[in-house]
Design a protein around this ligand. Structure first.
Ligand code: SAM
Ligand code: SF4
Length: 333
């Protein structure tokens, strides 16, 4: 089986799959209040998702991240996780993981752990009940905290993802850091990205550059850069005082493209080989055309052959150059 290598000699070993565009929250930077979701028949079925992910695993993908929308609101999703665990058992897949808002974790954390999920990313932008309700519009903080507790009890390593939002969670920088340290959880800050129409929210008003966040962090802790390169957009530091690893995802101010090892699949089976480019290919048609996997694998190879060298987000001139029309919940964050 020919492995997946793109035109710039980057091996593609990391696949992120959005399993639904739906969500039980409406975070202000991600969705508008009255989102129009896709008709169900547009979405890949769980069987199609299984075939697609298994094809990528055969072609050398060793890390699979399930995302959305909110992956845990997709009906029957635990059947899918259970089925994917066979690739962990065979040794072909090294990591099966997900990014979640945590709302359903109290219910599913034990089952996820049983399917071989060892690490999990949970998005949480504030520790204040009222602010949480405001930023997620529909979410409730205690439910998420209960989910985090259950995930930790189930033995999963938790990483908290915080979107850095100017005037919103600037004042919680140290509180969030200490809270994660106390609970032995990793922490990553994400710069807000221009993805999709979000109604009346003002993106430039939300933008809190991570360089500024880092400087504030450095006023309270001693930071050491870590050489860790995950092939992704995150850079890491260690805080001497807490021995914590903190990540910064800065797609807008830094180019991380040269070491990019990942591709994304939308809930409708389109493959995006770059988060910051509109270029994509359809994998649903070859998936639905025949039960044979040959045409699907050929389509995957063709798509990887079109992976661009890099992307062009740019806030620097106070315009949203490179703004993407699709929502993060469609492509999967
Ligand atoms: N619903 C799940 C969650 O919130 O973790 C998974 C999907 S969500 C789209 C994945 C990640 O993308 C979350 O950490 C979320 O905070 C982040 N995200 C969503 N919209 C974003 C934006 N415009 N800029 C930066 N990060 C964003
Ligand atoms: Fe839902 Fe995640 Fe988007 Fe928030 S960030 S609206 S939880 S998909």
């Amino acid at each position: 089986m020919t492995r997946l290598t793109d035109p710039f000699a980057r091996d593609i070993t990391y696949l992120r799959v959005s399993v639904t565009d739906r969500c039980d929250f409406r975070c202000v930077y991600c969705m508008s209040e009255n989102m129009q979701f896709l008709p169900k028949k547009e979405l890949l079925t769980l069987e199609e998702l299984d075939r697609l992910c298994s094809a990528f695993v055969r072609l050398g993908v060793s890390k699979l991240r399930i995302t959305g929308g909110e992956p845990l609101v997709r009906r029957g999703i635990m059947t899918f996780f259970d089925s994917m665990s066979r690739h962990l058992d065979s040794g072909a897949l090294h990591e099966l993981t997900l990014t979640t808002n945590g709302s359903q974790l109290a219910k599913y954390a034990d089952d996820l752990a049983a399917c071989g999920v060892r690490r999990i990313n949970i998005s949480l932008d504030t520790l204040d009940d009222d602010k949480f309700a405001k930023i997620t519009r529909w979410g409730r903080l205690p439910q998420v905290i209960k989910g985090i507790d259950t995930a930790q009890k189930a033995g999963m390593r938790v990483k908290i993802n915080v979107v850095a939002l100017k005037g919103f969670n600037e004042d919680e920088l140290f509180t969030l850091t200490e809270w994660c340290a106390e609970r032995d959880m990793d922490l990553t800050f994400i710069e807000v990205m221009p993805m999709g129409d979000i109604g009346n929210e003002n993106r430039l008003g939300q933008y809190w550059p991570l360089a500024d966040l880092r400087a504030t962090l450095a006023s309270n802790y001693s930071l050491t850069d870590l050489p860790l390169n995950t092939g992704g957009p995150a850079r890491y530091v260690e805080l001497a005082e807490t021995k914590q690893k903190i990540g910064f995802i800065t797609p807008l101010t830094h180019n991380f493209c040269e070491s990019c090892n990942r591709v994304r699949i939308t809930c409708t089976g389109e493959i995006y080989t770059c988060l910051g480019q509109e270029g994509h290919s359809d994998l649903r048609a070859p998936l639905r055309a025949t039960e044979a996997d040959g045409p699907l694998e050929e389509a995957i190879h063709r798509a990887i052959g079109l992976k661009p060298k890099g992307h062009d987000f740019d806030y620097s001139r106070q315009r949203l150059d490179g703004q993407m029309s699709r929502h993060m919940s469609h492509t999967g964050g």
